[in-house]
Design a protein around this ligand. Structure first.
Ligand code: BES
Ligand code: MN
Ligand code: ZN
Length: 463
């Protein structure tokens, strides 16, 4: 599978770039008095009030644009710059002020150019280009942009073109680019190598869409170990406990956790963070066939715990259980997983706020703080142990679905917790991975929720 080469909308030089002057609405209403009369009346005629994302081109005597006025919120973030980039016509621009964060400004600008146009003629609209602010780190901005674009592309790609084999090929391509080691365990081999739950969930898929475990390692073996795990359900029909049409419609995005973690891994490798990175992605299709796993089945997991199937639609936690057990066997310094795990997390927090679960308060606090400074927020929910008995089974060590729908995202996280015994700093993110209401820089489609915040804590800790 080939993903298109990326060209970021940055100007070669700032020599001919139009300066952008940024104002908050309050600053504009106060300071515009000091502007020349022609500027003020032009702004008034165009109803320019420096509202966030509002732009106004000021002409020179010959009518050519000379300067840009742009509106910014009191607390600008990367999306503030995406809004400005999206509103401007083609041309070269430069910021005539110090942005709150030069990398964020450049990244936001770049993300305004992101499109998913694999399946139709690319838009011909030429882009506004930014001369990078002096303080911006171009390589870093490029790495983060590429990570986000990779995750978005994979999530938005339809399941007929992105099954477990194609997801593994994308991971292998990333590994090859950064000379990482990549091992993929496919089909029956999953049983021999003791990934029984990954095999069970994925075995009903067609022969060319067999389940697999993608296992990437990179970096100095002696460096601190950071392990990332992502749910890679390339399509979730619900299995035999089949989803209704409305619930199945979006389920091509059920590998969102895997895409986000693959993007994050790519950024970590591009930025050469001094860690020993491991990425584990169980990649399956939760399909229906004569060989599908059934409600009531019992399967022994990689860890040895037996799992009774209460609902075949609670498949994500099953494949994650085996991957997390393997991750935990090395006792990494940090273990992070991301998954489009439950509808219940969306009922609780809506689409834009991933639910964060962690038994480690210091890690949770660091993640929440990182979410705030990067504007890539989470909301913490509790691993409330008394709810663990919702998952009690009469025949096995644990059931994969609670006997009540209450606290569905908490019980899913509690299920995962039973498969981790050595690792102290574990965090689980239950993400939506999709933008339903588009905004500048964030078109409708897959979204790498949490990626920037996770990278931030790793850069903070290890850079
Ligand atoms: N992939 C779904 C969860 C999901 C649904 C995420 C909609 C985002 C939007 C997951 O595999 C699932 O089906 N979960 C069930 C669990 C239940 C059967 C215990 C759910 O949330 O209803
Ligand atoms: Mn499901
Ligand atoms: Zn699922």
């Amino acid at each position: 599978m080939k993903l298109p080469a990326l060209k970021l909308p940055f100007a070669e030089t700032s020599a001919k770039a139009l300066p952008i002057r940024g104002f908050t609405a309050a600053a504009w209403s106060k300071d515009s008095r000091r502007e020349p009369a022609a500027t003020r009346s032009w702004a008034e005629a165009q109803s320019f009030a420096a509202k966030p994302g509002q732009v106004l081109l000021l002409p020179d005597a010959s009518g050519k644009p000379r300067t840009v006025l742009a509106g910014l919120p009191e607390q600008p973030d990367l999306w503030s710059y995406a809004a400005i980039a999206a509103a401007l016509p083609e041309g070269d621009y430069r910021l005539d002020f110090q942005p709150h964060d030069a990398d964020d400004a450049a990244l936001g600008w770049a993300l305004a150019s992101y499109r998913f146009d694999r399946y139709r003629k690319p838009s011909a609209k030429p882009l506004a280009r930014l001369a990078l602010p002096r303080a911006a780190n171009k390589a870093r901005v490029q790495a983060i942009y590429e990570a986000i674009a990779l995750a978005r592309d994979l999530i938005t790609m339809p399941s007929n073109d992105l099954g477990p084999a194609e997801l593994a090929a994308a991971a292998q391509a990333v590994a090859k680019r950064f000379k990482a080691q990549c091992r993929v365990i496919v089909g029956e081999q999953l049983l021999k190598q003791n990934y029984p739950l990954v095999h069970m969930v994925g075995r009903a898929a067609a022969a060319h869409r067999q389940p697999r475990l993608i296992d990437i390692t990179w970096g100095n073996p002696k460096a601190p170990k950071v392990t990332l795990v992502g749910k890679g359900v390339c399509f979730d029909s619900g299995g035999l406990d089949i989803k209704p049409p409305s619930g199945m419609l979006m389920m091509k995005k059920d590998m969102g956790g895997a895409a986000i973690m693959l993007g994050l891994a790519q950024a970590i490798m591009a930025l050469k963070l001094p860690i020993r990175l491991r990425l584990l992605i169980p990649a399956v299709e939760n399909a229906i066939s004569a060989d599908a796993f059934r409600p009531g089945d019992v399967c022994k997991s990689r860890k040895g715990l037996t799992v009774e199937i209460g609902n075949t639609d609670a498949e994500g936690r099953l494949i994650l259980a085996d991957a997390l057990a393997e991750a935990d066997s090395e006792t990494p310094e940090i273990l992070l997983d991301a998954a489009t795990l439950t509808g219940a997390a969306r009922v609780a927090l809506g689409p834009d706020l991933p639910a964060l679960f962690s038994p480690d308060d210091a890690l949770a606090d660091a993640l929440l703080a990182a979410g705030r400074v990067t504007n890539d927020p989470f909301w913490r929910l509790p691993l409330h142990s008394p709810y663990r008995d919702y998952l009690d089974s009469k025949v096995a060590d644990i059931n994969n679905a609670g006997d009540t729908p209450f606290a569905g995202s908490i019980t899913a996280a509690l299920f995962l917790r039973d498969f981790i015994s050595n690792t102290k700093a574990w965090a689980h993110l239950d993400v939506y991975a999709w933008t339903a209401r588009p905004r500048p820089g964030r078109p409708a489609g897959g979204e790498a929720m949490g990626l920037r915040a996770l990278l931030h804590i790793l850069e903070r800790r290890y850079r």
